[in-house]
Design a binder for this molecule. Structure first.
Ligand code: DGY
Length: 320
């Protein structure tokens, strides 16, 4: 094993599965869950490795505060829309992320949201808890069955593909749109490729699995919700920036969207008031990857990536 040398800064927290590895190789400091930008700026000077999570913006200013010895931004997440990749490249800093290890957990959560939003489980549970349930009612809480439904998957990367396989196993027909065609998946599972507009028109469920960032900001707004229509269910486990929350809340209120299941929000942890009070909406606090297996895998991979770069090796999952 290498001698312990250099400073690694975990911007907030890293789970023990990764922290222990990192501590064998570096002097490690952690900012904690409530770290402020100001505190982070005080911590980072001298860091050779920086480990942020999706709630920590990494920009040129923070990189410069780290200093010229910074070699790697090892992101403790697969999504890296909070990291200024250009600023990292300009400074010769490697950026890594944690793909693969969270695929199953995130796809399962998207499936869970699909089922719970589609079957109005959120409203049903809230009614029961608040004493509004008056007995079995044949016409109440009628929702969607996946068998025979068309599910539109926006973005067929690892997570989108796994989700598509899951809903397909439950009898749904899958349409997808993606930056490139996935001919193997089309052949193997019978998924149909189409463009976004056609997918929105034809799907009863639309599940978003495209990455965040400026290129996808506002992808689902008022016009797209009109295309999904009053029978449609919208699911988002990717990034909140892709969806116009107020437009979703309005569509739910006015009966122009059947249901929504959301795990991510633009500007989280703040959640728009309009969504909190909207009907037929299941809201979760960004827990897509929150299984023991996934989060341990993410922590381990983030640590291994940081160590590999500093040791002059190719990291397992390099972004730039
Ligand atoms: C990611 O890895 O990008 C997730 O959003 C964290 O769960």
């Amino acid at each position: 094993m290498q001698n312990k040398s250099g400073k690694a800064v975990v911007a907030r927290v890293l789970l023990p599965a990764g922290l222990e590895l990192l501590e064998q190789r570096f002097e490690v400091s952690q900012g904690g869950l409530d770290v402020t930008r100001e505190q982070l700026e005080e911590m980072v000077p001298g860091a050779i490795a920086l480990v942020p999570d999706p709630s920590v913006p990494v920009d040129g200013e923070l990189l410069d505060l780290c200093g010229e010895q910074l070699e790697v931004v090892s992101n403790f997440a697969v999504g890296y829309d909070h990291v200024d990749l250009e600023a990292c490249s300009d400074r010769g800093i490697v950026v890594t992320n944690t793909p693969g290890v969270l695929t199953e957990a995130t796809a399962e959560l998207a499936l869970m949201l699909t089922l719970s939003a589609g079957r109005l489980a959120g409203d049903a549970e809230r009614d029961l808890r608040s004493g509004l349930w008056t007995g079995w009612n044949p016409g109440a809480y009628l929702g969607l069955e996946l068998r025979g439904a068309t599910v539109g998957v926006v973005g067929l990367g690892r997570i989108g593909l796994r989700y598509a396989e899951m809903v397909s196993a439950l009898g749904a027909e899958v349409l997808y749109t993606a930056s490139s065609r996935k001919v193997e998946a089309e052949k193997q599972f019978g998924f149909g490729w189409t463009d976004l507009e056609d997918l929105l028109r034809r799907s009863q469920v639309v599940s978003i699995h495209a990455p965040g960032g400026e290129g996808t900001r506002g992808m689902i707004g008022r016009r797209e919700l009109e295309l999904i229509g009053p029978e449609g269910v919208l699911i988002n486990t990717s990034r909140g920036t892709l969806v116009d929350s107020d437009a979703v809340a309005e569509a739910l209120e006015e009966g122009r969207l059947a249901a929504a299941g959301l795990d991510v929000y633009d500007g989280e942890p703040a959640v728009p008031e309009s969504l909190l009070s909207a009907p037929r909406c299941v809201l979760l606090p960004h827990i897509g990857s929150a299984s023991h297996i996934s989060r341990d895998g993410m922590a381990r991979l983030a640590a291994e990536n940081a160590i590999a770069v500093v040791d002059g090796l190719e990291p397992a999952s390099r972004v730039v």
